[in-house]
Design a protein around this ligand. Structure first.
Ligand SMILES: *[C@@H]1O[C@H](CO)[C@@H](O)[C@H](O)[C@H]1NC(C)=O
Ligand SMILES: *[C@@H]1O[C@H](CO)[C@@H](O)[C@H](O)[C@H]1NC(C)=O
Length: 493
């Protein structure tokens, strides 16, 4: 034994020196070492992006689902912009309980004052699966359900088939209670598109609206996750009849004029309020924000941050539309009867009536609408071919330039108006869960209402229609919309 040591004395001395040096380095830079470890363990946001982007788990396949964005848009890394992106502040990871300050105004985390930490809470990091929760939670007092705090959760089912068991402490109370898994939005899909991260709603049945809650993964609530404020709906004297939600966060190269033109046509249709999400890779976010600031200031439009990182969670379908569409249901349930839910290039057009009010009356006369959780509008796609459009100094809205639409609207890719009384979770073309005993949807007759869809580039879909019909029905909104654009937010380029 001694001989062995003597023979390797030189080597041993060297190893000892090496270990001492390493120890000294750790002692010298403790922050660096603990930070990088906790960084992955906790929110893991930045770490996971790289991991997922490099592993290129997402393999977009040829799809005919009309609403899936080009793969290059959702799944490529953010382009360098020269400016630090507004939506994510690189923050020093801290211990779970102190990830963000104890602020309850987080539900006012509207753009531009938003951060990843204000928007999301990491429940499971990538070593245990990937699960996160929307930071703001909602108090659901609708008469169709038990009064509950509702939590929106995104979970990667490929990494971890089992959903996490959650517990919660209501701020101000000492008890720790189990959180009930309420509903799932849709199912895991691997073909023809890939979606393994689904959104879920969890709930805590409670008779009174709390100010905030804190989740925990242990049944004793020994370790609490950051505070989650309970959303406070704005006060409205009388419930609105209609509001609008852009179901999918705006991303990539959406332009200010598109958003302004979207807002004004919806207003002409009868919408009383609009919610819009800004994805972190939305290139023109500052310009869009500036263009719609007047609407935001009056409360007509609310903008929420959607700082989901591409590739985070792996395979988030359509920038996690299932979570944003569902969140909108809870943001709007207290203020409106119906919520139009679709993309920024889509409009629900009354074919016979002046606006949504007239259309709803006709539908009401023929049906008991209270039993339908949604109204479904068949999708009529417009040709790319453009006409001159009206003379105006603002950017001419696409809907006043394209008049050739598919005369065979697709009921396979509809968009919906959500009945906010009885809908629980919403998705791209339909709602996914609703009150027991109610009907999922009423298909609106084509002669009463259609979804007008102005996809910027049709690509291979150019030949989808067997028949194209010249339809100028949208011109009934021309005077109203152009006057409003001139007055509010004329975008000239
Ligand atoms: C946040 O809340 C915790 C628990 O209630 C408390 O111990 C801590 O002091 C609070 N921090 C701030 C900054 O208010
Ligand atoms: C929602 O419920 C209220 C109260 O019961 C009712 O007056 C209203 O018509 C319902 N709206 C819809 C769209 O079902």
């Amino acid at each position: 034994m001694e001989g062995v040591f003597r023979r390797h004395r030189l080597l041993l001395t060297f190893l000892c020196c090496l270990m001492a040096a390493l120890l000294l380095t750790i002692l010298w830079y403790p922050d660096h070492f603990s930070t990088s470890r906790k960084g992955t363990q906790q929110s893991g946001i930045e770490g996971d992006i790289i991991q997922h982007e490099e592993s290129a788990l997402f393999s977009p396949k040829a799809l005919d689902v009309q609403d899936i964005p080009p793969a290059s848009v959702t799944h490529k890394p953010d382009p360098p912009t020269g400016k630090p992106p507004k939506l994510e502040k690189p923050s020093k990871p801290k211990s779970p309980g102190s990830l963000a300050p104890n602020r309850t105004e987080v539900n006012e985390a509207l753009y531009p004052d938003t951060t990843v930490e204000k928007e999301w809470i990491s429940i499971e990091d990538s070593s245990n699966g990937l699960t996160l929760a929307r930071r703001t939670v909602y108090y659901d007092t609708r008469s169709s359900f038990s009064p509950s705090v509702v939590i929106i959760v995104l979970h990667n089912h490929e990494k971890q088939p089992n959903l996490p068991k959650l517990y919660a402490k209501v701020t101000g109370q000492s008890s720790c209670s189990a959180v009930e898994h309420w509903k799932q939005t849709g199912n895991v899909v691997k073909s023809p598109w890939y979606e393994v991260t689904l959104s879920h709603v969890y709930r805590i049945q409670l008779n009174q609206r709390p100010e905030s809650i804190q989740l925990s993964k242990d049944s004793q609530c020994n370790k609490l996750l950051p505070l989650m404020p309970v959303f406070k709906a704005k006060e409205v004297k009388k419930k609105y009849t209609f509001t609008t939600c852009i179901q999918k966060a705006l991303y990539d190269d959406i332009q200010p004029a598109e958003v302004v033109n979207f807002i004004e046509l919806n207003r002409a249709l009868g919408s009383s309020m609009i919610t819009i999400y800004f994805h972190r890779n939305l290139k023109a976010k500052d310009a869009i924000y500036k263009a719609i600031e007047t609407y935001i200031k009056t409360g007509y439009v609310e903008v929420l941050g959607w700082s989901l990182v591409d590739g985070w969670l792996g395979q988030v379908f359509d920038v996690a539309l299932s979570a944003s569409a569902t969140e909108c249901v809870y943001r709007h349930m207290a203020i409106s009867e119906y919520m139009a839910l679709h993309d920024v290039d889509e409009f629900l057009i009354p074919m016979k009536h002046e606006d949504w009010f007239g259309m709803l009356n006709e539908l009401k006369n023929k049906n008991d609408l209270s039993k339908y959780a949604s109204l479904s509008f068949a999708n009529s796609l417009f040709q790319e071919k453009e006409e001159a459009g009206p003379k105006m100094e603002c950017v001419v809205p696409i809907y006043f330039k394209r008049y050739l639409r598919d005369d065979n609207p697709k009921t396979s890719h509809p968009k919906v108006m959500v009945n906010l009384n009885i809908t629980i979770t919403a998705y791209c073309h339909d709602i996914k869960t609703w009150k027991d005993g109610a009907e999922k949807e009423l298909l609106v007759p084509f002669e009463i209402g259609l979804l007008f869809h102005y996809r910027k580039q049709l690509g291979h879909r150019v030949n989808v229609a067997q028949r194209w019909k010249h339809d100028t029905i949208v011109n009934k909104y021309m005077d109203t919309v152009i006057a409003a654009l001139r007055k509010n937010s004329c975008i000239t380029k």
